[in-house]
Ligand binder design. Structure first.
Ligand code: AMP
Length: 194
């Protein structure tokens, strides 16, 4: 089973992903986590990535998709995975489609978490106090929201056109949102036969 979880910053993609991968027994592939791991290293690439993340801009498509392709080739992803934070641009979505086609894999579900920008900004500012993420400052949050609207929101139409998109309200408790997502996916780990 392959699931893509879309949503603006602060919609709870990371938290919901953790629930979903447990339920379906698939891998959690978070590009944000992968990039934060690379940035820990003392390399020119780590410094370049830190600049993108801290300014709220997207890492270039070819760089992120190389990381994703390598990760998807690992044995632990062969039973399915949940993509959290990717694709974030139409170019990434097309690269991913091409990758799936070459591998003979089927994208089962695209879930789009939905919430009002004002609620999301409040959540992110709250998260900044708890987690201390370097990109949860007011200016960067604003930039990430703009980038989401410009680069990522067009993916909703893209996946809607393919008949894969399910919109789910991100408001409510963790359990309520989880239940909505499970209902939208059919709730059972069946589908692609992968
Ligand atoms: P996230 O943890 O998903 O909110 O991602 C944190 C930051 O990592 C984003 O604001 C981007 O700078 C970068 N990032 C994560 N995923 C991607 C992606 N698919 N494409 C480009 N940049 C990404």
């Amino acid at each position: 089973m392959i699931i893509v979880l879309l949503g603006p910053p602060g919609a709870g993609k990371g938290t919901q992903s953790k629930q979903l991968v447990k339920h379906f027994g698939i891998r959690h592939l978070s590009t944000g986590d992968m990039l934060r791991e690379v940035r820990q290293q003392n390399t020119p690439l780590a410094m370049e990535i830190a600049e993108y993340i801290d300014s709220g801009r997207l890492v270039p498509d070819d760089l992120i998709m190389k990381l994703v392709e390598n990760r998807l080739a690992q044995p632990d992803c062969q039973h399915g995975c949940l993509l959290d934070g990717v694709p974030r641009t139409l170019a990434q979505a097309r690269i991913l489609d091409d990758l799936f086609r070459r591998c003979g894999w089927v994208l089962d579900h695209v879930i789009a978490l939905d919430a009002s920008p004002a609620d999301l900004v409040d959540r992110l500012l709250g998260r900044a106090k708890v987690e201390g993420r370097t990109d949860d400052t007011p200016e960067t949050i604003q930039r990430r929201m703009e980038v989401y609207e410009r680069e990522t929101a067009p993916l909703l139409d893209y996946y809607c056109g393919k008949g894969l998109l399910r919109k789910v309200s991100a408001m409510g408790t963790l359990e309520e949102v989880s239940r909505r997502i499970l209902a939208a996916t059919g709730g059972e780990p069946q589908g692609s036969g992968r």
